[in-house]
Design a binder for this molecule. Structure first.
Ligand code: GLU
Length: 556
């Protein structure tokens, strides 16, 4: 049995040859410099900020260059598969404005480089595994788990690198021993389980300086020099399913990916991928290994975001809290590119899409994620969204995540007025951050959620009933802001409060308090809280009836 015969024995009938696949998936006809990127999430049911972070990079690179961005579902690890996970991936990314040109969609595949789901590409991987077998670049390996454990123990005892590589699997050299060749043949014919391993040409157990090295230019990290791989990694598992390493190489070649954006956790396996591309005679794509998302932990040190400890790692968190997708996008861009914030200050009104994103400006060490910063960015982003649009968006959020706030949306025009409060002032108020916070922030407008939250200021508490009664008696809904305030000032002076805070500060013994204390009583009676946007403006939006009704709730 020669190598070709072995490959035929293992894969006797495949629908296409490798050469045919090259024709089925030809080079893309794209303009010079157009980038082809892909997102390859595994359907684990957990879609996280890291996925979105990477997806932004992919999306920007492809769409800025007139290229193609596609979605490939990487479901070769069946243990991790979760029902409906693909739907979750697609809908979450769509929510954050990530649009694909090609790939898996909820209505099947779009594009001519599919299937876009790895589990449906078995024949393709097998064709290329067959080629490697025929060229003596791969071999079937029958080592059992127990045998592999024994090998590991031996290697540990001898202080050697663990793994299966030259010298450790006898099957690697089946072609040098007739009896072994016969054994391999009969075991395959007998249907015994085996994996297919890469026959690596790297040298094991030599010092880093002596080992063969690869130089790879990473678009984020620059020039990398790495010791070559020497592990005979599994390319096809016992089940016939490829490993990530093999599937990624075959897919990214055939789908004509130019830029592979992925997390830095893949950096250590890059030498394997370089060897695979080399064995298959293909050009290496440009790798962009993105930095891990980090946060400042409770102890003040940087640490990786963790699924268990940090709810903000899950994209569901942003959706259910009601962060506007534009805000999350805007924030991620500030984390992604160090010059984004500066650009934004210079171009406050521009669409984020007009910023020229580059991989060189990405941080190669940890990208720091900070919820407070996101909140700040969000405040600003929301200021640039029309109130009516914001109201409609909040409604769709409530319909999906928080139906308990349905009463807020009974009159959507009224809601838009509420949201617009103070947003057109010379120094606009930026109080709106995310949907759940907004529901709380505007809760006093609605009887369903109105509550007295704060206490009257001590200086005016004893006079509260009197203040509210006088206010109600003198209330004229058509007063302008100035007339309105002069009435409050009058009430203050009549009851022995200073008309100006500074008078009270100068001579505190002459007054009970100042006008601010009096107006705070009114604010609390109307809004239930000591802090709020301009009371006069709020009253105009609340309407006269509600203002009077709120004031009448108090016993005098
Ligand atoms: N399926 C891999 C993951 O979910 C993707 C890695 C890649 O983009 O190549 O981590």
């Amino acid at each position: 049995m020669n190598h070709k015969e072995l490959s035929e024995l293992i894969y006797p009938s495949l629908p296409h040859t490798c050469a045919e696949y090259e024709e089925i998936y030809p080079e893309r006809n794209l303009p010079e410099g157009a980038m082809v990127t892909r997102l390859g999430p595994s359907p684990t049911g957990f879609i996280h900020l890291g996925n979105l972070y990477g997806a932004f990079v992919d999306e920007r690179l492809a769409h800025q260059s007139g290229g193609v961005f596609f979605l490939r579902i990487e479901d070769t690890d069946d243990k991790r598969y979760v029902e409906n996970a693909v739907e979750t991936i697609i809908s979450s990314l769509e929510f954050f404005g990530i649009s694909f040109d090609e790939g898996a969609t909820l209505n099947g595949d779009v594009g001519s480089y599919g299937d876009y789901t790895q589990s449906k590409r078995g024949d393709i991987y097998q064709a290329f595994a067959k080629k490697l077998l025929a060229e003596n670049k791969a071999y079937p390996c029958f080592l059992t788990e127990d045998e592999i454990n024994e090998i590991r123990e031996k290697q540990e005892a001898e202080k050697l690198t663990p793994g299966i590589y030259v010298g450790w699997s006898k099957y690697r050299d089946w072609d040098k021993d007739e009896a072994l060749a016969a054994e391999v043949e009969s075991r395959i014919k007998g249907g015994e389980p085996f994996v297919i391993r890469l026959k690596s040409s790297g040298m094991p157990n030599v010092s880093a300086e002596d080992s063969l090295r690869h130089n790879v230019t990473d678009a984020v990290r620059g020039e990398l020099s790495m010791p070559a791989n020497f592990q005979d990694i599994v390319i096809i598992k016992q089940t016939g399913i490829p490993t990530y390493h093999f599937a990624h190489v075959v897919d990214d070649h055939l789908m004509r990916t130019t830029h592979v954006v992925r997390g830095e956790e893949w950096l250590p396996s890059l030498p394997i991928h370089v060897e695979l591309f080399d064995y298959l005679g293909w050009e290496l794509p440009i790798y962009c290994h993105t930095a891990q998302l980090m946060k400042i932990g409770e102890d003040g040190n940087k640490r990786k975001l963790s699924k268990r400890k940090d709810p903000e790692l899950s994209l569901d968190f942003y959706r259910s809290e009601g962060y506007h997708p534009k805000a999350v996008r805007e924030y991620l861009l500030t984390v992604l590119n160090s010059n984004y914030e500066e650009w934004r200050i210079e171009n406050p009104e521009e669409q984020a899409e007009n910023f020229k994103f580059t991989t060189e400006k990405m941080s190669a060490s940890g990208a720091l994620f900070d919820l407070d910063k996101l909140n700040d960015v969000s405040k600003n982003t929301l200021l640039h969204i029309e109130a009516a649009e914001l109201a409609a968006w909040l409604k769709s959020w409530s319909d999906e995540f928080a139906p308990e706030f349905a009463y807020v949306f009974k009159d959507i025009t009224h809601l838009a007025e509420i949201l617009d409060l103070g947003r057109h002032d010379a120094r606009p108020r930026a109080d709106l951050v995310y949907a759940r916070q907004i529901m709380d922030f505007i809760s006093y407008f609605f009887d369903e959620s109105f509550e007295i939250e704060d206490e009257y200021p001590a200086e005016a508490a004893a006079d509260a009933g009197d203040i509210i009664k006088r206010y109600l008696d003198s209330y004229n809904h058509s007063d302008d802001n100035e007339q309105w305030f002069s009435k409050i000032r009058d009430i203050a002076t009549e009851l022995g409060y200073a008309a100006k805070p500074k008078d009270y500060k100068k001579n505190p013994d002459d007054y009970k308090g100042h006008v601010g204390h009096v107006s705070t009583v009114i604010r609390i009676a109307l809004m239930g809280r000591a802090q709020s946007p301009d009371v006069w403006a709020i009253q105009q939006i609340m309407g006269e009836d509600k203002v009077r009704e709120r004031l009448q709730r108090h016993s005098f």
